[in-house]
Unconditional design. Sequence first.
Length: 200
Amino acid sequence: MAAKKPRKEELAGYRTLLCVTGGIACYKAADLASKLTQAGAAVDVAMTEAACRFVTPLTFQSLTRRAVFSSLWQSAENYRSHHTSLTESADLMVVAPATADILAKIACGIADDLVSTAALAASGACDILVAPSMNTRMWLAAATKENVATLKKRKVHFVGPAEGRLACGTTGPGRMVEAAEILAAATKLLLKRSPKKSGD
Ligand SMILES: Cc1cc2nc3c(=O)[nH]c(=O)nc-3n(C[C@H](O)[C@H](O)[C@H](O)COP(=O)(O)O)c2cc1C
C-alpha cells in the first residue's frame, strides 16, 4: 500500500534526529532526510562509523542544510554534548537503516558511539522509531528476535522490515521499507504531540 503523502510543511516546527547506521539501505536514508526536510522538519543527522563508509556526512549536510554528527568526540560550537543534547531537542529519533548491531546495542543499553549513546539518552527525552534493514538470516536470528521483542516491550516503534529482494541477492524479510513509508510513520508519531520548539 502506498504511504500517505504528508501535506506540505506539515512538520514545520518539529525537530527530528535521524540516526543512520551501517547497512546497504543507507542510500534510502538520504531520501528520507530530504523528505523530512521538505515536510518542514529540522533534521539533525547522526551517523555511525559504518554508515560513513556507505554514504558521506556531506550528502546529509547538503540535503538537510544542517551540521551532521558522526562522533561522540566532535567538538560542539555551543559546548553542549551531542550525545545528550541531540535527543533533548528532538521530537523524535528515527534510526534508518537500523542494523542488527544497533538493535542489539539499544536492547542491551550499550553506549559506545554517538548513535547508541543518543539512543540510551533518548529515554525520557523523545520516542524512537526504527526501520530495520538486514539480511533475512540476520533478521530471523534468535538474538535479533529477542532484541526486537525487548525493544517493542519498551515502546520503541518499528516500521518494517518489508519482504523482498535484498542486496545480497536473496528474497525474504529484512528489506528496509521505502523512505515514504518511514516518513508517514514518523509524521504520525510527531503529529500526536506538540513540537518542543527547542530552537536551532
Ligand atoms: C557491504 C555491507 C553491507 C552490510 N549491510 C548490512 C545491513 O544491511 N544490515 C546490517 O544489519 N548489517 C549490515 N552490514 C554489517 C554492518 O555494517 C556491521 O554489523 C557494522 O558493525 C554495523 O555498525 P553500526 O551498527 O554501528 O552502523 C553490512 C556490512 C557490509 C560490509
